[in-house]
Design a protein around this ligand. Structure first.
Ligand SMILES: [Fe+2]
Length: 189
């Protein structure tokens, strides 16, 4: 077992820059990179003898503050837009459903992962074998989902979504994060 989380995984786990909202697919792409880093941190936590408290906090913050809105960006806007812009012969819905299966697997384990990490922060008690398996499974589902979404769906979105689609996607992403619409911001400047 490892003693602690290597520092390399802790670097670059700052929240995704909101400046990227102007280019919503780049924002989603950045979140995927961040998700990948978080998965590596979770994998390390799952095998660490004494999990690093700061790493646990970073993961919990990401799960509580960023993951849910990102999943909504995809499920409520990106995926429906892809269905709208692809032809029936391309069977994009089937591809999305396959990719969503892992997302659903991760969402199913999310409450347990949150409790495990929060308990560890509160009590400092050792993670059980079951806790560790849950963390590894969760990271596995999250990674499979993000790799497929990133490699398959984002390139299609880049070639098919119209400027109006991207504007709408950007507006909805801002709204979900409690940010003012771009129009309002421009007027206020
Ligand atoms: Fe994603």
């Amino acid at each position: 077992m490892k003693q602690s989380v290597p520092t390399r995984h802790r670097s670059g786990v700052a929240p995704t820059s909101q400046r990227l909202f102007a280019s919503p697919l780049d924002f989603i792409s950045e979140v995927h990179l961040r998700e990948r880093q978080i998965c590596a941190v979770i994998d390390d936590l799952a095998i660490a003898t004494s999990p690093d408290r700061q790493a646990v906090l970073t993961v919990l913050r990401f799960l509580n503050e960023e993951l849910n809105v990102h999943q909504r960006d995809e499920a409520e806007d990106l995926f429906p837009l892809l269905v709208l812009r692809c032809s029936e012969e391309e069977s994009i819905e089937r591809t999305i459903n396959r990719i969503r299966a892992d997302q659903v697997g991760a969402i199913r384990l999310l409450p347990q992962v949150r409790v495990t990490l929060a308990d560890y922060l509160d009590t400092g008690a050792d993670l059980t074998a079951e806790d560790r398996t849950t963390l590894t499974e969760f990271a596995g589902h999250m990674r499979s989902h993000l790799v497929a979404a990133h490699a398959i769906l984002l390139p299609i979105a880049r070639s098919r979504l119209t400027r109006a689609d991207l504007r709408m996607l950007s507006e909805h992403m801002r709204l979900r994060r409690g940010l003012p619409p771009i129009q309002e911001m421009t007027n206020a400047e």
